[in-house]
Each structure stands twice: as structure tokens, then as C-alpha cells.
Design a protein around this ligand. Structure first.
Ligand SMILES: [Zn+2]
Length: 382
């Protein structure tokens, strides 16, 4: 299960001349349904083509995009403007385009000043997934004219959620899909949980949004996808301070932990961020840390000589979840906390890939190999 956005490295670009950049080289194919003899369709086709050629993986005020989508996080170079970008290609758009061909399926008017561009990204054989499927994504971006009458692309989230019920509950703003129900008792538990975490680690609580969704496809839709291959239970987008759940639940401890800990310029390795969320909030909705630990202990016993590295590098893992890695990280956090309290947790959280092992050695006062062994022994004895 993929739980939160991968952080993207910083991009360097020239603020003063965003248009000089690249000669156009990506030209999406079009289906028979796209009638470019119509002026509006042709203009939107050109807009989308320009956008594909304007480094969609970079975080900057893209000139082909609606200014209302220029979030502060975007301008601080944290995330690309298109919500589907992080999930499709991260920071490697050029690499992605080697394997995926864009074909525009539709350019339609949805109402007066709202249009959609629907595009299928078909993977070539080299990137076909384990079932041999060549369709990986169908994106759906919206287009509206701006105040000067120029077409601009935009994320679909605002239009799609415009009429959804919104409830402000203390520091959480719930945005609720029409097929879901807000549960006040759960909301109260969510608030209490956040307050406990804040107290335990000396955190400052900042307001955030919480989208309640009934299933994965509905999450895809507000991320600009009509089809995607992801299965996501919940996700936290720290730069935008948003939590998404696909289980219709009002309280989601694992994601709340991600939200409570601050955004880092260099985020901690997954084993730490997911370990922390799993130790304090379980690996996913409806599964406690204790349950996951028992399951992981059972699973780990089926491997001959499992190692910490193999777990961290996903060389051994469950097919449909990341619990082996999450629980291993959770035990590391738990043992560190028992050894040196919240200071140890902050040391881990402020670590990056390079200094993590050294910092762990400092917390436990012994060589990293021994600590790794202690962690696996802890799990196996359950
Ligand atoms: Zn997570």
C-alpha cells in the first residue's frame, strides 16, 4: 500500500524565462473522437501539447495552467502543479515518456466554460506490468478560459468537490464525498489522537483537510485520473496539508501521524516515516500495530535468514501490502523511543539515507548490524 506522496527533490529553474526552455518534441496522438477542425478543440489540443513540453515534472508556475492552482507549496518548489504528475512520473518525466505513449481520447465541453482533456498513457512492452497490461493511466484534466479568455488547464479536485459537504471540526476540515457519512464520534477520536501525539512529541498542531472517499477510483478522480493502476488506502500530502482516505472513515490514525510530524526539506527515509506512523497508528486503517506485528512475525518465520536490508529494499515483501517494511520500521522506532525517549524519535526523523545508520548507532550505542539483528529478533519472538 502506498501511503503518502514521495517527496520530490528540489528543481532549479529560471523564474524569469519559463518559456524559453525546450523545443517541442512531444506530440500526443489523437483518437477519432477528437475533432481538431473545431477551433476550441484545436486550441485545447495545442494547450495540452504545450503543457506536455513544459516539464510537467517540475514545480513552478506553469504558464499553461490556471493561476488558482498556483499553491504556495508549488511556488516553494515542492510539488508539480498537476496532481497526477507525482504518481505517474515523479521527477522523471523524460524517462516516463520513453515507455509511455500519450493518446488523447477526448476533448469535450462539459458545460459553458468547462472542458475536459482525457488522455490514455499506454505503456510499451518494456514497461508492461506483471499481468502484461499495456494501459497504465488515463488522465482527465479540466480546462477553463481565464479572465483574459485564454484556455488554461486545471486540476479537477475543486470542480469535483465543489458541492460536497464540508465540516469544520476543530483543526480538521472534512470534505465528504456524497456517498460517505461524517461520523462525529470518530472525528472526536481523531482530534484526541492528534492531541496525544502532539503532546508526546512536542508537536505544534496546524489545521489540515481530510477528504472522505468511498473507494480508490474516487480518489483517482480527484487526482486527475479516470484510470490508474494504484491501490491506495490512504494518503497524506504534507506540502498541501491534505489527508485522503478511500475507506469512508472519519478517523485514520496512520495518516494522522504523517500529518502531525512536520514537512522536512530532506524527508526521512520511508523506513522511518512509515515506521513511525505504523508504531503509533497501525499499518493501515482497521489494523492495529499489535495485529500487524503478530502477522509480520508469522510471515518473517517463513523466510530463511531474513535480513533488515532485504526488508528495507523490498527484496522480501508481501505481495499486496508493505507491512513487513512498515512493521520493521515501527519496531526500530519503538525500541529507539524506549531507549532514549522522544529525542531519539526526532533524531530518526531528522535523518536522511546517508546518516541514518550512524544516528541509529548513536541512539543504541552499538554497531548497526547488531541493532538490525535485535530488531528482527524482537519481531520473530512475537
Ligand atoms: Zn504511511
Amino acid at each position: 500500500m502506498k501511503d503518502h506522496f514521495k517527496a520530490l527533490p528540489f528543481f532549479v529553474f529560471l523564474l524569469c524565462c519559463p518559456l524559453l526552455i525546450f523545443a517541442q518534441n512531444i506530440k500526443p496522438y489523437i483518437s477519432a473522437r477528437v475533432d481538431t477542425s473545431k477551433t476550441e478543440v484545436k486550441a485545447i489540443y495545442q494547450l495540452y501539447t504545450n503543457y506536455l513540453n513544459s516539464r510537467p515534472d517540475s514545480s513552478y508556475a506553469n504558464p499553461y495552467w490556471n493561476k488558482n492552482d498556483y499553491y504556495p507549496a508549488l511556488l516553494e518548489n515542492q510539488i508539480p502543479i498537476d496532481r497526477s504528475a507525482s504518481l505517474m512520473f515523479g521527477t522523471y518525466f523524460k524517462g516516463f515518456m520513453k515507455y509511455y505513449e500519450p493518446l488523447i481520447l477526448q476533448i469535450d465541453s462539459l458545460n459553458n466554460n468547462l472542458y475536459q482533456v482525457k488522455t490514455i498513457f499506454k505503456s510499451n512492452k518494456a514497461e508492461a506490468d506483471s499481468t502484461g497490461t499495456s494501459i497504465s493511466y488515463i488522465t482527465n484534466l479540466y480546462v477553463q478560459r481565464d479572465e483574459n479568455g485564454n484556455f488554461k488547464l486545471e486540476n479537477t479536485i475543486n470542480e469535483r468537490t465543489r458541492n460536497w459537504e464540508t465540516i469544520h471540526y476543530k483543526f480538521i476540515t472534512y470534505i465528504i464525498h456524497p456517498n460517505c457519512k461524517f461520523n462525529e464520534k470518530e472525528a472526536e477520536n481523531a482530534i484526541k489522537f492528534c492531541e496525544e501525539i502532539a503532546k508526546k512529541f512536542g508537536l505544534q498542531i496546524k489545521p489540515f483537510k481530510y477528504y472522505i472517499l468511498p473507494n480508490v477510483d474516487e480518489l483517482g478522480r480527484i487526482y486527475n485520473f479516470d484510470y490508474w493502476t494504484y491501490y491506495i488506502g490512504g494518503q497524506t500530502n504534507l506540502p498541501l496539508r491534505e489527508i485522503f482516505t478511500t475507506y469512508s472513515n472519519t478517523n485514520y490514525p496512520h495518516e494522522l501521524v504523517h500529518m502531525m510530524f512536520p514537512l522536512q526539506e530532506n524527508p526521512p527515509p520511508n523506513i522511518i516515516s512509515e515506521g513511525l506512523a505504523t508504531w503509533l497508528g497501525g499499518p493501515k486503517y482497521g489494523v492495529s500495530f499489535e495485529q500487524a506485528l503478530k502477522e509480520t512475525s508469522k510471515t518473517l518465520k517463513t523466510y530463511e535468514n531474513p535480513t533488515f536490508e532485504a526488508i528495507v529494499n523490498n527484496k522480501i515483501r508481501n505481495k499486496f501490502d508493505s507491512n513487513l517494511q512498515y512493521v520493521t520500521g515501527a519496531i526500530l522506532c519503538k525500541m529507539a523511543f524506549e531507549k532514549k525517549g522522544k529525542e531519539a524519535i526526532w533524531t530518526l526523523y531528522h535523518s536522511d539515507k546517508k546518516d541514518l545508520d550512524k544516528n541509529i548507532e548513536n541512539i543504541f550505542g552499538k554497531p548497526i548490524n547488531e541493532i538490525h539483528e535485535d530488531i528482527l529478533t524482537y519481531i520473530l519472538k512475537e
